[in-house]
Design a protein around this ligand. Sequence first.
Ligand code: PLP
Length: 403
Amino acid sequence: MESTVSNNLSRRLIQSADNHLAHTYTRFPVVLVKGDGCRVWDIEGREYLDMLAGLAVCNLGHCHPRLVAAICEQAQRLLHVSNLYQIEPQIKLAGLLCKRSFADKAFFCNSGAEANEAAIKLARKYAKEKYGVNRYEIITMTNSFHGRTLATITATAQEKFHKGFEPLLPGFKYVPFGDLAAAKAAIGPNTAAIMLEPIQGEGGVNLPPPGYLESLRKLCDEQKLVLILDEVQTGMGRTGKLFAYEHYRIEPDIMTLAKGLGGGVAIGVMLAKDEVAAAFGPGSHASTFGGNPLACAAGIAALTIILEDGLLDKCRILGEYLMLGLVKLKNKYSFIKEVRGQGLMVGIELEFAGKDIVDACLNRGILINCTMDKVLRCLPPLVVSREEVDRALAVLDEVLDNL
Ligand SMILES: *Cc1c(COP(=O)(O)O)cnc(C)c1O
């Protein structure tokens, strides 16, 4: 009886979604209504192990009590005021991020795409002011992903995101990810910046070849280019360091963060060194909601929890544990071409499309994802336990065995 009622409710909601939501996603027929740690429940009461964390957003797991408390407390005090005034949580979060990174200045916004928009605008303005009005071109990488606004789909060097939206923004040039010589050859009198993800996410969890990021940094120094790192997915502990660039002994000039920054609350930020950030003055850029008290209170709590609960170490240890299990699966199933990743950002490349595997995992209570058609992706909360990783691996093994 109970389950029939919830079953009908579920069906009605999904019908309503079909009627009233833009059809921009191919959604699973599952209505998720509750979360706790690495578990979520659907409206019919079925439990799932979340190995996706809202796509690298819920790094602290779902409804971490200290994050929830910080949000409730701030909601009772002050939700929003204009950036025409000083905003206490925004100032504090900027201070924390600058202290923990290469950066001197922060600009807050509400998403990854917006953070990248800010980065593109700042790089152009800085390069034009410093080196001349012809310096506006930005070099980006094949299989990159930088967001869905017009500027950021242009920065995204994947045709499937461009189709139907032309004309794109002028001033971008694409080179293969990992190919230093191609980047060198692409630099011309108009080049202002190189922009890339240190580890590509949507493009298939692609790690940079050894020395690549270090060489790009050197190239930018020699050619007086701005190096922009998009850490929207890799940032906030996802790879086992607070920021992925820390694995490579380099620092960017500009970095963007979003997904994990608010632990589940919408917030993005562009961070920059003083030299570059100085190109933005009053009126250069703005966002009504950017850096609002609620989002920043969540950001402060999320960052504090990552550091105080030792989640960077946990991420490294559990990431290695997950990778070990996946290597075993790779040795068992010849159709797994490669497993790769850093920390808890892990991809499993198959010889065929992975959609059916994702569906079968969902039916057995495990949430994973597939990108670039053939790359299964695990982005669990950084609080995931050994037992939970074991369960995910066991289900994946079962699903692969049944193929
Ligand atoms: C998700 C993502 C974005 C876009 O973030 P939105 O918040 O969806 O705008 C940009 N860059 C990278 C690397 C991402 O993974």
